[in-house]
Design a protein around this ligand. Structure first.
Ligand code: ATP
Ligand code: MG
Length: 390
């Protein structure tokens, strides 16, 4: 009985020993685990190396991707080169490529990518975007005219703007639901000027330097403007300043202007009249008087009167004939009369003592008496000018 009791007491003792051993081993394992995770410098180093190896692998993958991208870029550049060389002959392959606007391509030299300049010799949208606006010269009915820096040269930029008269009137009248639609007419005027300048190429109109047409909107920021025109920059004609020039220089300016009137009278668009012939419609550039806005031109001759006559100041003029109810030759005569009053008379003013006074006065009188066409005027001014060189 006593033995049986001793045996029963042994069992819990061993259980307690085993439990205690298990607890100790669990604690040791836990301790080891924690030391592994936090404190074992050897394992930590191992982990770091593993991370570095993973990063190296990733770097290698990235390098391979970069190499692939470089090869693709080189291939694209070759295609751009061949498309530029044989522009227009490459069909669909080039069409898609030239429309690409990859930022990487833009950083390449201009001669390779300057498609706009290559084709026409004119500035395109990207060049116009990079012009530095200097100041506003004029705010007109449809356009603002600004001066801008293009490399070493100054140019004039013309574009529709919110503040011009016709856009303002359109917005006030709420003519259109969409605000942008109020720019349509003004933008049309800029585009029209561009088209006319392409047809009228004469030293008496500003040289066309560039054009960008990309949307109907307008903005103060040149990069966001839908339509911009870049032309030779001039300055207001100051007659007092011109009067201080020598007679020979003044005859030269008058002769050049006479050449412009001759050109207008025989232009391929018909005999063109300057509609609002006023001093402020002209600029001085390259020592020549130039018509600032070719939109002022019309090739429509005035209508004949009810009796099919063409009268100027109540007088019938020999060089003007009524044909198809239009006074053919009237445009030319109106240009000459206005030019005589505004430019020729003041610029060719000479004292009676001048040896050429009689010849000059006779010329001015003949113009005023409608005796001259622009051909005659130009020839007479030309011979006057040449007489100074002999
Ligand atoms: N190339 C230029 N260089 C210098 N000034 C210029 C040039 N072109 C135009 N201007 C000036 O801006 C004025 C207006 O130009 P333009 O006629 O083209 O604009 P607009 O909107 O039609 O103005 P407006 O309604 O007054 O005719 C010109 O009269 C001239 O004074
Ligand atoms: Mg104008």
């Amino acid at each position: 009985m006593v033995h049986g009791m001793r045996q029963r007491r042994h069992i819990p003792t061993w259980t307690a020993v085993i439990a205690a051993c298990s607890l100790v081993s669990i604690l040791i394992m836990l301790h080891l685990l924690l030391v592994d995770q936090r404190g074992n410098p050897k394992l930590e180093m191992e982990k770091k190396w593993e991370n570095i190896r993973t990063m190296e692998k990733k770097m290698e993958e990235m390098k391979q991707n970069v190499a692939k991208a470089d090869a693709y870029k080189a291939e694209l550049m070759e295609m751009v080169k061949s498309c530029n060389v044989t522009a227009g002959q490459q069909g669909n392959r080039c069409r898609g490529l030239l429309a690409l606007d990859l930022p990487k391509l833009e950083t390449l030299p201009n001669d390779l990518l300057n498609r706009e300049v290559d084709n026409t010799g004119l500035l395109g949208c990207s060049e116009i975007d990079s012009l530095k606006i200097i100041k506003q010269i004029h705010k007109g009915g449809n356009k603002v005219v600004q001066s801008a820096q293009h490399g070493k040269r100054q140019v004039a930029v013309k574009s529709a703007a919110l503040e011009v008269r016709n856009v303002q009137n359109c917005l006030k009248r709420k003519t259109f639901k969409k605000k942008e639609d109020c720019y349509i007419l003004a933008n049309y005027e800029v585009v029209r000027e561009n088209l006319l300048l392409r047809q009228i190429q004469h030293s008496g109109v500003p040289k066309m330097l560039g054009m960008c047409v990309r949307s109907e909107v307008s903005s103060g920021d040149i990069k966001e403007r839908g339509v911009s025109l870049v032309v030779e920059l001039g300055r207001q004609v100051d007659l007092t300043e011109l009067m201080s020039l020598s007679l020979k220089e003044r005859i030269k300016i008058t002769m050049d202007f006479g050449g412009l009137l001759l050109y207008f009278a025989h232009s391929s668009l018909g005999s063109m009249r300057i509609q609002k012939f006023k001093l402020n419609r002209f600029i001085l550039a390259d020592d020549k008087i130039k018509l600032a806005d070719v939109n002022e031109l019309t090739s429509l001759e005035p209508e004949c009167d009810v009796q099919y006559r063409c009268l100027l100041n109540g007088t019938e003029i020999e060089s003007i004939k009524c044909f198809d109810n239009r006074c053919i030759g009237m445009n030319e005569q109106l240009n000459l009369q206005a030019a005589n009053k505004i430019f020729f008379k003041p610029l060719l003013h000479v004292p009676v003592t001048n040896p050429r006074a009689t010849e000059i006065r006779q010329l001015l009188k003949d113009i005023e008496a409608y005796k001259m066409t622009s051909d005659h005027v130009y020839l007479r001014l030309n011979s006057l000018y040449r007489s100074y060189n002999t």
